[in-house]
Design a protein around this ligand. Structure first.
Ligand code: SF4
Length: 419
């Protein structure tokens, strides 16, 4: 069984370090002005160079997304910037625009090219087409069933293939969508989607806007355009059987906590599967772990043709059981105190969980002091605090706490099931 590369999102340098800490084999990051995500998910070239050097020191690869659909002016900017991106030491560029591919081949021919899922590659001849143009890895369309992924992999064993296994899905073909440009003048095709597919919509007749026609999925309203999130954790044996070279977690815009939990979970599952295929079982604790991060309910998407596709979410708001509490920034071995940066309002005495690679440990914020050692009873996002910990925790490790009144898929579904 081929052991695929696990790719995690790195929206910024902190998230890149998080992905390294929690088991990614490779990370992908956006480049200013040239990626298909907005500024919050892009790294400065200086940060990218630092991230590359830290990742390479651990044997982890870094790919730079330059997957915008370029206009003429973008190509001019790319001509200037691509050599600088290459100089950061990234291991490949993720591209989708044929003009950018041609430009990259001429200006930075030494850098391998990976074709973005935004290019919507769905068949073996399309893979041959891109391979013949010098692309070394194809990130296939999310809309392909695993059976077709396997067919392509068998037909083209010389080409690296990659698929998404976890994260948000579009209701349009891999992000080729004008909803956001239309409603908010911010285009998904330029990496600036505001996700209006998650909004609440009603159907009304033009002369009677005060009398909307009810198209109701549950007691609140309909979710005609809002997809659940992809999750193939329970189907990793089938995923690996396709022969893909890489499996990717979506979410450069998501939090470091999200990157930590999802990367760690898939790392544990992939390692268990590759260690002993026959004995492998999907651990229910891994599923529970994925429910702790913000999501819209999980689906296998298009992975199995016979399954329902385009499932809309029964809950347009994100659901989660936990939220980030903080990040470890140091350890005082003399006082046996962990120094942490707070990420959400925290009260002295609150129970937290420290996420280590192999285990999750309880940590109490009792007593809680500021970073100079003065007792405090509450802390806010950005505060540096200290709490007792008998052993050192790695810098960059994440802490979480239970979300008060947490929504889960089960609790959100109950009213409509009963009603
Ligand atoms: S609006 Fe929704 S479907 Fe369209 S690109 Fe954004 S996330 Fe995808």
């Amino acid at each position: 069984m081929r052991r695929p590369e696990l790719l995690a999102p790195a929206g910024n340098l902190e998230k890149l370090r998080t992905a390294l800490l929690y088991g990614a084999d490779a990370v992908y990051a956006g480049v200013p002005g040239l990626s298909l995500r907005g500024a919050p998910a892009e790294m400065s070239l200086e940060d990218l160079a630092s991230g590359v050097s830290e990742a390479h020191a651990q044997g982890i690869r870094v790919y730079a997304a330059v997957n915008t659909f370029a206009r003429n002016a973008d190509l001019k900017q790319a001509r200037l910037h691509l050599p600088d991106v290459a100089a950061t030491g990234v291991d490949a560029l993720i591209v989708s625009d044929p003009g950018l591919i041609r430009l990259a081949r001429r200006t930075v021919p030494q850098i391998p090219l990976h074709l973005s899922t935004q290019a919507n590659t769905t068949n073996a001849d399309a893979v041959r087409f891109w391979r013949d143009l010098g692309v070394s890895r194809i990130i296939l369309a999310r809309e392909l069933p695993l059976g077709e992924v396997e067919e392509i992999a068998s037909a083209l064993p010389d080409v690296e293939l990659e698929i998404f296994i976890h994260g948000a899905m579009c209701m349009a073909y891999s992000g080729r969508c004008y909803l956001s440009a239309w409603r908010n003048r911010r285009s998904a095709n330029e990496g600036d989607c505001t996700q209006p597919c998650r909004w609440e919509y009603r159907l009304s007749e033009s002369t009677r806007p005060e009398d909307p026609i009810v198209v109701e999925e549950d007691e609140r309203f309909s979710y005609l355009l809002s997809s659940k999130d992809l999750c193939l954790l329970e189907h990793l044996p089938e995923v690996l059987a396709t022969g893909v070279a890489g499996v990717k977690i979506e979410g450069r815009m998501k939090s470091a906590y999200y990157a930590a939990v999802v990367t760690r979970t898939y790392r544990q599952a992939l390692d268990a599967l590759c260690r002993d295929k026959e004995a492998y079982r999907c651990d229910p604790r891994w599923i529970e772990e994925l429910k702790t991060v913000s999501h819209r309910g999980y689906t296998t998407g298009f992975a199995f043709a016979e399954e329902k596709i385009n499932e809309s979410s029964p809950d347009v708001k994100n659901i989660q059981t936990h939220e980030p509490a903080g990040m470890v920034v140091g350890y005082d071995g003399i006082r046996k105190q962990m120094r942490m940066e707070v990420r959400n309002f925290l009260q002295a005495g609150e129970e937290m969980e420290l996420l280590l690679m192999e285990e999750t440990l309880p940590v109490s914020a009792q007593p809680m002091t500021d970073d100079r050692g003065s007792p405090i009873d509450r802390a806010h996002a950005g505060n540096l605090i200290r709490v007792p910990l008998p052993f050192p925790a790695p810098t960059g490790a994440l802490l979480r706490k239970k979300t008060v009144g947490a929504k889960t898929e089960e609790t959100k579904r109950k009213p409509s099931e009963n009603g």
